[in-house]
Design a protein around this ligand. Structure first.
Ligand SMILES: *Cc1c(COP(=O)(O)O)cnc(C)c1O
Length: 485
């Protein structure tokens, strides 16, 4: 297992900072005070917490060490399916950090925020152009938050029509957040199965769609990485019974410049700026999940909306049918700047090319590994492909064992045990930003691991072996969680 990206290096251990603390050490030199020293009134300041006393070098090494114990797209390939862990060009970070953007104050008022308002207004229109919707809100703070906004919009639409409906149809290839968002809005989820090809059959939808069903939530491309080819027909079936179609567009990275969901019959759709449009993600945020809607649903969009009168931009809150606010102020502005810079620097052609490459890379992996790992749905995929451990079961080696072993080969593991439609799924999304050499190295690593599964299965059971922390007792962690440091 040589010739893989370096996974061994100087990994330093470090005791707790309190153990390193020595009285009197201090990492900063404060200037001499030019006022008289006096004792603080302890009853006013309370008891001060005991902080470790460390030199500047101790502190620098501590944080540098922490950064080295971390793994991100900037350190290596991160093929986590359903997450689009692509490289985010640094220029977009630079733009977001510009003084005028970074220190814009949300209470400054429209008059003093014209640049920021213009950027948001233009970004709404660019995203509308990419997705095929006449209006977009940038407020929601994440994909799931966008879903909630979308569900509230669907709920408000039916309320306005005079009859509330109680159910939402959710296919087994939808993202797990979909039923959660529907349930938060008080809807009952009606689960349906995809057909043999891994996509939805119109007849399955027709069988459950009725006039008590508010609509359907479809992830497209779905969580198997397959395009829902019958989407237009499904939209017609749902619309014929007065329902609406929610599109989960978190997988937009596969179809930018190729398909406009708004033109397929979808009524509401969210995007994940922190997946497709250049915001680094992981660790829980912050994110941004803009929502695009069809013409009929514009009145229900969250407020404030941004409007342009001649050359001035302003926030508008007087919208009688709005679902209200989804976020304080207008969402996560820094992420909007990154998306705006990304879209302008890529251009329409560049985005189109990015999606083509994302799809090409996933298909290359699928074809290269389909004789190595089991591929339950053997057809052209979009931006990700899903394998499982069926061929390794005879050696008692699981998807989890192989995923853990990948760490020893210098790769972040792919998504495992999701989507649920595939038993013990091993879901790979290379994204467009990895080179062929990197992808080949990943393929070689998986092949080598599958070989090990046959020859030394007991070794895989203990993997990872070369990381700072080896196999964790996950059952123990769940049963006896240690919630304090
Ligand atoms: C990531 C993802 C979501 C949820 O997005 P968050 O920003 O994590 O809330 C929803 N649907 C799909 C298909 C996704 O991949």
């Amino acid at each position: 297992m040589n010739k893989q990206p370096g996974t061994r290096g100087l990994i330093f251990n470090e005791p707790q900072l309190w153990d390193k603390s020595r009285k009197g050490r201090c990492a900063v030199s404060l200037p001499r005070a030019d006022v008289k020293r006096c004792q603080l009134d302890a009853s006013l300041v309370g008891e001060s917490p005991e902080l470790p006393q460390l030199s500047e070098l101790d502190v620098v090494r501590h944080y540098t060490r922490l950064s080295q114990w971390n793994f991100g797209v900037d350190s290596g390939m991160y093929p986590l399916g359903s997450c689009t862990m692509k490289y985010n060009p640094k220029t977009n970070e630079v733009q977001a950090a510009r003084q005028g953007f970074a220190s814009a104050h949300p209470l400054a008022g429209d008059e003093f925020s014209q640049g920021a308002l213009k950027l948001m207004y233009d970004l709404e229109h660019l995203l509308g152009e990419i997705t095929g919707f006449p209006a977009v809100t940038l407020q929601p703070a994440a994909g799931a938050h966008g879903e909630l906004a979308g569900m509230l919009i669907i709920h408000a639409y039916h309320a306005k029509k005079g009859k509330q409906r109680t159910k939402i149809i959710i296919p087994d290839t939808a993202h797990g957040t979909n039923p959660a968002s529907a349930s938060l809005c008080g809807y009952e989820s009606i689960n349906i199965k995809s057909g043999e090809k891994g996509i939805l059959e119109p007849a399955t939808v027709a069988a459950v769609m009725d006039e008590d069903t508010a609509g359907i939530m479809i992830t497209n491309p779905n969580t198997l990485g397959l395009f829902e080819e019958n989407i237009k027909e499904i939209c017609e079936i749902v619309h014929a019974k007065g329902g609406l179609v929610y599109g989960d567009g978190a997988n937009m990275n596969a179809i930018m410049g190729i398909v406009k969901p708004g033109h397929l019959g979808i009524d509401v759709l969210h995007l994940n700026l922190h997946k497709t449009f250049s915001t680094p993600h992981g660790g829980g945020g912050p994110g941004s999940g803009p929502v695009g809607v069809s013409k009929e649903l514009i009145p229900f969009l969250p407020v404030p909306r941004i409007e342009k009168d001649l050359t001035r931009y302003r926030f508008v809150t007087e919208c009688p049918d709005t679902i209200g606010r989804m976020h304080t102020f207008y969402g996560h502005f820094g992420i909007m700047v990154r998306a705006y810079a990304y879209i302008l620097s890529m251009g329409g052609k560049g985005l189109h090319r990015a999606s083509q490459l994302a799809v090409l890379n996933a298909n290359y992996i699928k074809e290269s590994l389909k004789d190595t790992l089991n591929l339950p749905y053997d057809r052209p995929c979009m931006h990700e492909c899903v394998f499982n451990d069926k061929h390794q079961q005879v050696f008692h080696v699981t998807t989890m064992d192989m995923a853990k072993r990948l760490l020893d080969y210098g790769f972040h593991p792919p998504t495992v045990y999701f989507p649920l439609v595939v038993d013990a799924a091993f879901m790979v999304e290379p994204t467009e930003t990895e080179s062929k050499e990197n992808i080949d190295q990943f393929i070689d690593a998986v092949k080598a691991i599958v070989q090990e599964a046959q020859e030394t299965p007991e070794l895989l059971k203990k993997a990872p072996l070369l990381t700072k922390v080896t196999r964790l007792d996950e059952v123990g962690a769940a049963r006896k969680p240690c919630l304090r440091g």
